[in-house]
Design a protein around this ligand. Structure first.
Ligand SMILES: Cc1ncc(C[n+]2csc(CCOP(=O)(O)OP(=O)(O)O)c2C)c(N)n1
Length: 253
């Protein structure tokens, strides 16, 4: 029997403390997202006995490695097909994916198209920090037009990719958008996603202060995160599509 099988349950039991200190920069939004995923999993009674976590490569992709359960750190971009395969052969297992926008929607973009289309019962938590954090803050397909990065010194030339449109382009879908400023809402989205009996995708807008935000002039993570409170609003009921500045949950059974 492996060590993980004897671990305590609940919030603490879900974290591999022996792997700390973690690799994330102070003030990075991934910490808030990781903490709230763990909270939601423990509230739902999900742990190493019934759940597996899959991630790709990136700062966000480190999350699965700190979760105290069977986890797979896949090659860059490949979290979704690995998660789908694990679910296929273990239908009773809860399968979650925790990774970044670069991993899930750039190099892994083709898998996002087809995994979401096939609608396996897996839950995806996507950290959208609008950049490639781990590799130094390069332009990502999610970088908003006009925003500067180290590879778009005069601002991104193109409109960003919409993960919402990819996911909700399918016949059935669950897509939610939240931010690291709206923590209660983020948890609500995570809870609902875990309950959804199909492919559920939660996009959380998050700060990468050290490799992105500082270049944009933010002096502290708080300053950067506070802008999400100004920019984003909860969508009114009845929306069939979230506007770019709206947060909410879009579903079709
Ligand atoms: C096949 C391959 N291509 C490129 C890389 C380099 N690489 C590592 S992480 C990464 C981007 C990560 O971005 P994202 O998923 O948004 O995660 P973040 O670090 O921003 O949390 C890239 C391009 C790699 N490791 N493997």
């Amino acid at each position: 029997m492996s060590e993980v099988r004897t671990a305590p349950r609940g919030f603490e039991g879900l974290i591999k403390r022996e792997r700390y200190p973690h690799t994330w920069c102070p003030g990075c939004g991934i910490g808030l997202i990781f903490n709230n995923i763990i909270r939601v999993l423990s509230e739902k009674g999900l742990d190493y006995s019934n759940t597996a976590a899959i991630s790709g490569i990136g700062c966000s992709g480190r999350m699965a490695g700190y979760m105290n359960m069977d986890s797979v750190h896949t090659p860059h971009g490949r979290a979704l097909p690995v998660a789908e395969a694990i679910k296929l052969v273990n239908p009773d297992l809860n399968v979650i994916v925790a990774s970044g926008d670069g991993d899930l929607a750039s190099i892994g973009g083709n898998h996002l198209l087809h995994t979401s289309r096939r609608n396996p019962d897996i839950t995806v938590f996507c950290v959208n920090n609008e950049t490639y954090g781990l590799t130094g803050g390069q332009l990502a397909p999610t970088t908003p037009k006009g925003v500067r990065t180290i590879t778009s010194l005069n601002g991104a030339l193109h409109n960003p990719l919409s993960m919402q449109k990819i996911v909700t382009g399918n016949a059935q879908y669950f897509y939610a958008r939240s931010t690291v400023y709206h923590l209660d809402h983020m948890r609500e989205c995570m809870h609902a996603a875990l309950e959804w009996p199909g492919f559920a995708f939660v996009e959380v807008i998050s700060d990468c202060i050290e490799l992105h935000g500082r270049r944009l002039g933010f002096k502290t993570p708080h300053e950067m995160i506070a802008t999400y409170g100004e920019k984003y609003v909860l969508a009114p009921a009845g929306r069939t599509e979230l506007a770019p500045n709206e947060l909410g949950i879009m579903t079709k059974a």
